[in-house]
Each structure stands twice: as structure tokens, then as C-alpha cells.
Design a protein around this ligand. Structure first.
Ligand SMILES: Cc1cc2nc3c(=O)[nH]c(=O)nc-3n(C[C@H](O)[C@H](O)[C@H](O)COP(=O)(O)OP(=O)(O)OC[C@H]3O[C@@H](n4cnc5c(N)ncnc54)[C@H](O)[C@@H]3O)c2cc1C
Length: 448
């Protein structure tokens, strides 16, 4: 039986271990951290995520969708919070059945790890930190963080699913024979801070639990996603430097005053705002693009290790899980030929990863600057109407989020054409009643 070594037991690596075990391979899964099922979690790491159709499709593939279902809270749209306290819901789609789901990251990771434990052909090693890879020799080196000892694993294939800071990727970059490794890392000027709106006195949600809440303020924004225990995880996206930035929020009074002025309704629901603000880290946000993702046909990067994106389309995890669905197709297509599997996978998948990276960056500006802009709101209203009436119309957001059968790059191309057309169109009308919907639909369809 061929032996597969996976580095990183996050969402992507654990899902990969399960799928390879289901296909009959022997799998060793190594993770730097302790077993999260036995740990109190780090404060301030992204606690919940938006799970949508691409991720759900991957969970279906490994037989976990029903197990994950009770953890999900449907979110039907963005609840926009204006500075004066006014709120309105901008739905994600004109179709009732299209929504995204808030899910606990550790909750989902636990389900995947529990499932991995049910396969006798998966062995999981926690507290094993990858320190380097001998690519040609198919060996991977670990530091056992419990004993301080070094360990070596060798296998027929090595997978790097060790996230944005991937040690496996660094070894590929440093490999003297891998001369043409392209690597680009772009950071936003903004970082983020995770905070909490706790449950109300009876354990109730203090905001509408079926929405992703946004407080867009041009240069910065706050968002909140619901958790099952009645709380919301709140994330502030703010510049590190400048007039309004993390650098000027240095005391409890400054933090309280900033939140009171900018997000008064949220601030009123955050009794431990300043405490959390100073306890929690302020991570950076970046995009990582690299290529190739494989070396010698015996090592392959997947998930954030290959293509980390900024979180503004809610697709990083969905894309990482979709990687497994796509790899699975290549494993079936080229049985046992790992060189061919790796090339086919990376060549098909790279343009898709680049597309979602670009979409996520563009959505950062859209969420921050435009969601409360009049033309943007009218455009969204028209798109809702089009989606309600015509089964063949899908907005760019819907193409990316709800149409997992359409690759990201095609979704982006089609969506960009539609957006450009509609943004011009709304300039020539004064409201939704001016729209000749059948004619507009025809014009949009002609763009495909
Ligand atoms: C603030 C924020 C919000 C987000 N929101 C969303 C969202 O709503 N929807 C969405 O789809 N995506 C979202 N994402 C993106 C999502 O978190 C990632 O795309 C996803 O976690 C990638 O999974 P992964 O398994 O590839 O990497 P990771 O989740 O980073 O997992 C990597 C694993 O490898 C381990 N590891 C690292 N280094 C080593 C080493 N040297 N040796 C051994 N193990 C190692 C790590 O401990 C970790 O367990 C968000 C990201 C951020 C930062």
C-alpha cells in the first residue's frame, strides 16, 4: 500500500487524509499543534467561518455533510449597519435556497479529526512541527515539540497542507534543483482583531442570527458572524498606521471612544471590548501566490500553503476543501501516476486560485466602500429580481458562492462582465421601477 505523508492537520490536511484513506492509501498526518480536541483554544484566532457550496460539496464527498449540518447557522445576506444605527438586509441571492453558513472552525476541524480516527489506515501525530523536507529522498523532518526529539517520516508522496506560512513550501523554494519557483506575498495595509458580542441574559443572540453583519466605514469595517452559543464573533478590519488605525488605539478610553463613535450599536453589546482588544493579537492579512505547487512528482502543496487569500469573499477554506475534490478527480484519472496527477492538478487549479485571490481583494474594497452606495444598492436589487425570475441568471457573488460546478476563473470572468454592464445600466435609471427586466435579462445573457 502506498504511503502518504501529510503535514498540517487543519481543515485541508485532515480532509485530504480522510479522502486518501477512503481510497485505500496508508496515511500519516502530522500537526504542529496539540490535539485541539483536548485543548483550550487560542484567543483571537479566527473562530468562525462562512461555509458555502464548494466546501459543502467536499464534505459531501467524504460523507460528512450530515454530521456538519447541526453546526451550521444559515446567513441569508449582509445586514448593513449605518453609523446612525439604521440597518438593512442585502440578500446574497434572489433564490431562497441560496445562503451561506456560519460554522465554528474548531468545531469543523474536530469533526474531521474524529472522522480521521475511524480509519485504521490513518495515523495522526500531534505536536510534530515540520522543520524541512528532502524532496528527492521523499523524507520530511519534524521536531517533536513534546519530547524535543527529531523525527523523520518517509513516504511515497508528501503533501504540504501547513497553511500560509508553510514549511513544506519554504523547502520547495529553497530546493537548489527547483530553480523556477515563483513566489509572491502581498500584505494589505490592514490587519484584523477578533472580538465578541456575548449571548444575551437568556442565552439569546443579540443581533439577527441569520445574517452576516457589516458596519462599513470606507477606510475600515467591522463584521460579525453568529455562533451556536448565542454569541457573535466580531472582526475589526483596520489599517495598522495612519490617522484612523490600530496605531492610535492605545488605551481603553481610545478604543471605547472609537467604537462608540463608529459602531455605537455594536459597542453597546460588547461589555469586554477593551479587555479583548488588548488581549487579542492583531494578525496581518495577505495573499500568497506561488508556482509550481509540486516538486519531482512526489510533493504537492494544497490549501493555504499553495494559495492563501484575504478573507473577504469567505472562500479561503471553501477553496482549500475544493482542492481535495479536484485532486480526487486527478487521482482517478491517472491511477498511480503521481507526476501526472500533480501536474494536472496544479495546472488546472492555479488559474482558479488566482481568480479567487483577485475576487477576494476586490471584495475587500466593495464591502468597505460600496455596500452602502446608492448605485451599488440599486444594482443588487436588480440582481435579486433577475435571480428570482430567471433560473439562468446568477450574479457574480452567486456564481462564486453557490455554483460549485463553475470554476472560480470562469465565475470571475462572467461576473466581471455582468458587473461592468449593470454598473453602467444603473447610472441611466432612477429606480427599480425604470427597469425593463425582460430586455435587461436578454442583454445580460448575450454577454455569456
Ligand atoms: C480572519 C479570517 C477569516 C476567514 N474567514 C473565512 C471564511 O469565512 N470562509 C472561508 O472559506 N475561509 C475563511 N478564511 C480562510 C481560511 O481560514 C483558510 O483558507 C483555511 O483555514 C485554510 O485551511 P488550510 O488547512 O489550508 O490551512 P490552515 O487552516 O492554516 O491549517 C494549517 C495547519 O497546519 C499546521 N501547521 C503549520 N505549520 C506547520 C508545521 N511547520 N508543521 C506541522 N504543522 C504545521 C497548523 O497548525 C494548522 O493546523 C478566513 C481566514 C482569516 C484569517
Amino acid at each position: 500500500m502506498e504511503k502518504m505523508i501529510i503535514t498540517g492537520a487543519g481543515l485541508c490536511g485532515t480532509m485530504l487524509a480522510i479522502r486518501l484513506a477512503q481510497k485505500g492509501y496508508e496515511v500519516e498526518l502530522y500537526e504542529r499543534r496539540p490535539d485541539l480536541r483536548k485543548q483550550v483554544l487560542d484567543a483571537g484566532r479566527s473562530i468562525n467561518l462562512a461555509l458555502s457550496d464548494r466546501g459543502l460539496h467536499a464534505l459531501d464527498m467524504v460523507g460528512l455533510r450530515d454530521v456538519v449540518q447541526p453546526l451550521m447557522i444559515p446567513m441569508y445576506g449582509r445586514m448593513i449597519h449605518a453609523q446612525n444605527g439604521e440597518t438593512w438586509l442585502s440578500r446574497y441571492s434572489g433564490r431562497e435556497q441560496d445562503f451561506i453558513n456560519s460554522i465554528s472552525r474548531p468545531g469543523l476541524n474536530k469533526i474531521l479529526l474524529d472522522k480521521a480516527d475511524t480509519y485504521p489506515n490513518i495515523r495522526t501525530f500531534f505536536r510534530h512541527q515540520c522543520t524541512g523536507v528532502a524532496l528527492k529522498e521523499k523524507e520530511i523532518f519534524f521536531l517533536n515539540r513534546e519530547t524535543g526529539e527529531d523525527a523523520i517520516a518517509s513516504g511515497d508522496m508528501l503533501f504540504g497542507t501547513d497553511g500560509a506560512g508553510s514549511a513544506v513550501r519554504k523547502s520547495m523554494m529553497g530546493s537548489s534543483t527547483q530553480l523556477s519557483f515563483e513566489y509572491k506575498q502581498e500584505f494589505l495595509s490592514h490587519g484584523y482583531k477578533e472580538l465578541t458580542i456575548p449571548a444575551g441574559p437568556s442565552g439569546e443572540w443579540q443581533l439577527d442570527k441569520n445574517a452576516l453583519h457589516i458596519w462599513p466605514r470606507q477606510e475600515f469595517m467591522l463584521i460579525a458572524l453568529p455562533n451556536l452559543d448565542g454569541s457573535f464573533t466580531v472582526t475589526l478590519f483596520l489599517s495598522f498606521d495612519g490617522h484612523t488605525s490600530f496605531s492610535v488605539l492605545n488605551t481603553s478610553e481610545e478604543v471605547e471612544a472609537f467604537f462608540k463613535a463608529q459602531f455605537p450599536d455594536a459597542c453597546a453589546l460588547m461589555p469586554n471590548l477593551a479587555g479583548e482588544f488588548f488581549e487579542h493579537p492583531t494578525p496581518t492579512l495577505g495573499t500568497i501566490r506561488c508556482f509550481p505547487w509540486s516538486a519531482y512528482g512526489n510533493a504537492l502543496l494544497l490549501g493555504d500553503a499553495a494559495h492563501a487569500v484575504v478573507p473577504f469573499y469567505g472562500q479561503g477554506m471553501n477553496c482549500a476543501l475544493e482542492d481535495i475534490v479536484e485532486l480526487d478527480k486527478d487521482i482517478d484519472k491517472y491511477p498511480g501516476d503521481w507526476e501526472q496527477i500533480c501536474h494536472s492538478f496544479e495546472n488546472r487549479r492555479k488559474p482558479q486560485a488566482d481568480a479567487i485571490a483577485d475576487l477576494a481583494l476586490a471584495n475587500y474594497y466593495e464591502m468597505r466602500d460600496h455596500v452602502d452606495d446608492e448605485n451599488f444598492i440599486l444594482k443588487r436589487k436588480i440582481e435579486m429580481e433577475l435571480e428570482k425570475r430567471y433560473p439562468d441568471y446568477h450574479s457574480k457573488y452567486s456564481l462564486v458562492t453557490f455554483k460549485e460546478e463553475i470554476p472560480y476563473d470562469l465565475a470571475k470572468r462572467q461576473g466581471d462582465r455582468q458587473d461592468a454592464f449593470l454598473l453602467e445600466y444603473v447610472k441611466g435609471i432612477s429606480g427599480i421601477s425604470d427597469v425593463k427586466i425582460d430586455a435587461l435579462h436578454e442583454e445580460l445573457m448575450a454577454l455569456s
